[in-house]
Design a protein. Structure first.
Length: 255
């Protein structure tokens, strides 16, 4: 199986080497690495170009934001499986892609997901949050469940058949896409019971109470756009489920 990994970046010179190296050091060999840059001005482009042909596709141009850039990368991708890794983040170890492909083969699934760690931006040994996605059960989205987006690998046919990220969804575009793929269209899932992604702490939807309330409204819109009916408590369970991520500990220590 060919795997396309897409990194989107804008002025990410500070951390993008960690991201790139974590992909290039994967044990799985059949990886198409695509970087979509938003016309950076801080030296990011020079760093990317220094890797030469190790980066299969690279474009640098203005875009309409994070999810527009992701859509550009997906359109460029030629792999059987598509994964996303942002410029501030990196894979937990060098067998993530190998393990993910093995899971696809063993389960014949449409998508595979795992767990994520949030760490301090400067000290990546300092754990901030542990997102254990857990096993999926039917209608889990009704109970506020969702997998960590960057731990989510999907066969390209899901994008071909059900579409890309909706730019009108803003910070909830990842939630809407997975709701559409999994809950509405019943994509077959498999869970990698391991930490796959390390993310530097930050994010749009959780950075303030105001942003959290706005994200809640966008979550409601995601259901409406897909003609789906949630429970009355669905949108409050979703942020409440995240609370335990701040006190839970991963099954292994950081390397």
């Amino acid at each position: 199986m060919k795997v396309s990994i897409i990194t989107v970046v804008y002025n990410g010179a500070e951390f993008i080497r960690d991201c790139i190296e974590s992909i290039l050091n994967q044990t799985y060999s059949n990886i198409e690495y695509i970087i979509v840059d938003g016309h950076s001005t801080d030296g990011t482009v020079d760093i990317i170009k220094s890797y030469g042909t190790k980066v299969a596709r690279f474009i640098s141009e203005s875009d309409k934001g994070l999810y527009d850039a992701m859509n550009k990368g997906i359109r460029l991708a030629t792999g059987d499986i598509i994964g996303l890794l942002n410029a501030d983040d990196f894979y937990r170890h060098n067998r993530v892609i190998e393990n993910m492909v093995a899971t696809f083969r063993q389960t014949d699934s449409d998508a595979v997901y795992g767990d994520m760690l949030y760490v301090d931006r400067m000290d990546t040994q300092k754990l901030k949050r542990y997102w254990r996605s857990g096993w999926y059960s039917n209608n889990a989205f009704l109970w506020g469940w969702m997998p960590g987006h960057l731990s989510f690998f999907a066969k390209r046919r899901l994008y071909d058949q059900y579409g890309l990220f909706r730019l009108d969804m803003k910070s909830a575009a990842d939630y809407e896409l997975m709701l559409r793929f999994i809950h509405k269209n019943k994509a077959k899932l498999a869970y990698m019971n391991e930490v796959t992604i390390v993310m530097r702490a930050g994010g749009i939807s959780n950075s303030s109470l105001q942003n959290r309330l706005r994200a809640n409204r966008e979550d409601q819109l995601a259901w409406q756009l897909n003609n789906l009916t949630p429970y009355f408590f669905t949108f409050w369970l979703k942020p409440l489920r995240k609370l335990k991520q701040y006190i839970s500990k991963p099954p292994e220590t950081l390397d």
